[in-house]
Design a protein around this ligand. Structure first.
Ligand SMILES: Cc1cc2nc3c(=O)[nH]c(=O)nc-3n(C[C@H](O)[C@H](O)[C@H](O)COP(=O)(O)O)c2cc1C
Length: 215
C-alpha cells in the first residue's frame, strides 16, 4: 500500500475526527485494517503484555444495529448537561469550531450505521471498581495502540473518528459484535472509511504554554 506523503508532524497534526468526509460507498480492504492493527501493536504496553484487542465489524446488518444503538446514545447525550454543544467557549473562533464539531458529530450519529467498517478497540478485562491508578495503567496499554491505529489509517487515506458515547450502552454493543461484556472493556468505537480527499488541516488548539507548568 502506498502511504500518503506526510511527514511525522503532518501526520500527527492532521489526523482529525473524520465524519462528513467518510466515503460511505467504497469498500475498505481487510489487508489495510490488518496493517493498521500491526501498527497499533507497536505501541507501548505495560509489562510488554498485549492486552489491546480489536473487533472489526464488516457485516452490514451488525453495523446497522450498532449504528442504531449509537444514534440512541447520541440522543441521550444531546439532552445531557455534558453535551459538548453546551460547553462554554470564550472566542468567536472557538464557538465556530465547536459548532462545526457538534454538527459533524450529529452527522456521524445519523450515519454510523452506513459506514463500511466499524472497529472497536478494547481491553481484555473489565475495569469496573478499579482504582484510578489501576484504571489508568490498564487503559494506557490500549489507548496508544488505538491512536496508532488511527494514525496508520490516516497514512493510508482512511478516515476514523474516536467515539465513546456508545459506552452508555456498552453491554448491548458487546452482544451485537460478539465480545463478552463481563471480561472486556471497550475504549473506542470508530468508523473506518476512505476519506473524501486527503487534505486535512491542523486544528485550532491552545498555545503549549497554556497547559505547561515549567518547574
Ligand atoms: C475520549 C474521546 C471521546 C470522544 N467521543 C466522541 C463521540 O462519542 N462522538 C464523536 O462524534 N466524537 C467523539 N470524540 C471526538 C472529538 O469530538 C474530537 O476529537 C474533538 O472534537 C477534536 O476534533 P479533532 O480530533 O478532529 O481535532 C471523542 C474524542 C475522544 C478523545
Amino acid at each position: 500500500m502506498t502511504l500518503l506523503p506526510l511527514d511525522p508532524d503532518q501526520l500527527l497534526s492532521t489526523t482529525r475526527a473524520v465524519r462528513r468526509r467518510l466515503d460511505l460507498t467504497r469498500p475498505v480492504p481487510n489487508d489495510l485494517i490488518r496493517e493498521c492493527v500491526a501498527m497499533a501493536l507497536q505501541a507501548p504496553s505495560g509489562g510488554n503484555e498485549i492486552v489491546m484487542r480489536f473487533v472489526v465489524v464488516r457485516d452490514p446488518a451488525v453495523i446497522r444495529a450498532v449504528g442504531d444503538v449509537y444514534a440512541q446514545c447520541w440522543t441521550k447525550y444531546e439532552a445531557s448537561p455534558r453535551f459538548a454543544g453546551k460547553l462554554p467557549r470564550h472566542t468567536d473562533e472557538l464557538r465556530a469550531q465547536q459548532g462545526r464539531v457538534v454538527s459533524s458529530a450529529a452527522y456521524l450519529a445519523e450515519h454510523m450505521g452506513d459506514c463500511p467498517v466499524l472497529v472497536i478497540g478494547y481491553l481484555n478485562r473489565r475495569l469496573d471498581g478499579a482504582t484510578g491508578a489501576a484504571a489508568a495503567a490498564a487503559l494506557c496499554s490500549v489507548l496508544p495502540g488505538m491512536w496508532s491505529f488511527m494514525l496508520a489509517a490516516r497514512a493510508r487515506g482512511l478516515g476514523t473518528a474516536w467515539t465513546t458515547i456508545h459506552l452508555m450502552m456498552e453491554e448491548v454493543v458487546a452482544d451485537l459484535v460478539g465480545i463478552p461484556y463481563a471480561t472486556t472493556q471497550q475504549v473506542c468505537l470508530t468508523p473506518v472509511a476512505w476519506t473524501d480527499g486527503t487534505d486535512f488541516k491542523p486544528a485550532l488548539r491552545p498555545d503549549p504554554d497554556a497547559i505547561i507548568d515549567w518547574r
